[in-house]
Design a protein around this ligand. Structure first.
Ligand SMILES: CC(C)(COP(=O)(O)OP(=O)(O)OC[C@H]1O[C@@H](n2cnc3c(N)ncnc32)[C@H](O)[C@@H]1OP(=O)(O)O)[C@@H](O)C(=O)NCCC(=O)NCCS
Length: 124
């Protein structure tokens, strides 16, 4: 077994600007419907949650990079953050070869200016 990790930090204003400038085109290219519904439910705080999910997608890519042969084959929406009924996030991964991956865990945090995500992957 090997443990791989990935981390990412992002300025929330960067995501806010992209959403304000590019609107649905940006949202629908990067986030799944489930993620959009979750973030929009947070009303004024929604940019923190979008930014956290953006960081999560970067972080999981870093953690899985050795398992991804062609990075252009992966799309943003292949990685999805879903919260359970306690609020704890989990990662759903689609269209990426996870043959050697035993487990993936994620942790997210955000404040007024920044969002951060850490992903840990257990490789068989
Ligand atoms: C859940 C909790 C830890 C979130 O911490 P916070 O400082 O309010 O907020 P952060 O920005 O750091 O974290 C928010 C993220 O935590 C994650 N989170 C929420 N509930 C969670 C849980 N039960 N387990 C793990 N992660 C959780 C989510 O990913 C959330 O972001 P999202 O809504 O965009 O997905 C906090 O609200 C809480 O319940 N704290 C209780 C702590 C406590 O009881 N301490 C005393 C004993 S240690």
């Amino acid at each position: 077994m090997r443990v791989k990790c990935g981390t990412d930090i992002i300025e929330i204003d960067r995501i806010k600007e992209s959403i304000e400038k590019l609107g649905n085109h940006f949202l629908e290219r990067v986030f799944t419907k489930k993620e959009i519904d979750y973030c929009e439910s947070k009303k004024k705080q929604k940019y923190q949650h979008y930014a956290a999910r953006f960081a999560a997608k970067e972080a999981v890519f870093k953690a899985l990079s050795e398992n991804i042969q062609d990075k252009f084959s992966v799309s943003w929406k292949d990685f999805e953050v879903e919260n359970d009924n306690q609020g704890k996030p989990k990662l759903n991964v689609n269209n990426v070869n996870l043959e050697n991956v035993e487990n993936i865990d994620i942790s997210i945090s955000h404040c007024k200016n920044y969002a951060v995500a850490n992903v840990t992957v257990l490789i068989k």
